[in-house]
Structure formats: C-alpha cells, structure tokens
Design a protein around this ligand. Structure first.
Ligand SMILES: [Zn+2]
Length: 79
C-alpha cells in the first residue's frame, strides 16, 4: 500500500491559485443608489460624483436614504 499523500506514483503537485487586485482595468468604482426610489447615480471612478448626485437627488425629491456601492476587481493567477 503506498504511503498517504501519493497518487499511484504520479508526483504531480496541485497548481496553487491566488487572488490579487486586478490593476489592468479601472480602479475601485463607486455608485450611489436611492433606497426610496432605487434611482442611481451611475458608476464613477471617484466617490465625489455619486455624493453630488445624492445631494441633488435629495433637493429634487426629498429622499434622504442612499446606499453606496463600491466595486473593486480581483484576478486569479497561478504561480
Ligand atoms: Zn429617490
């Protein structure tokens, strides 16, 4: 009987995958959404555009609750 951890004499090591931040595309994307009417700011590369949109939306509609959605990207790679 072979020792534990060997596969019938095949010395193949499993490939090790790792997740790393993906810097090939855009950076973190920020978006704001109204929790009352679900209208949204659209995605932006910085948080300032969505924040300005929230304040304008409050002035127009009286809605005061918002959800901030921040998306960042990862890529799996194998060493
Ligand atoms: Zn709204």
């Amino acid at each position: 009987m072979p020792p534990a951890g060997t596969y019938h004499g095949t010395a193949r090591r499993p490939r090790l995958w790792a997740l790393r931040p993906d810097r090939s595309g855009s950076g973190t994307v920020t978006e704001a959404e109204c929790t009352t009417c679900l209208d949204g700011s659209g995605a932006a590369d910085d948080g300032r555009g969505p924040a300005v949109w929230c304040l304008a939306h409050t002035q127009e509609t009286g809605h005061t609750g918002f959800r901030r959605i921040r998306t960042d990207f990862f890529r799996a790679s194998c060493d």
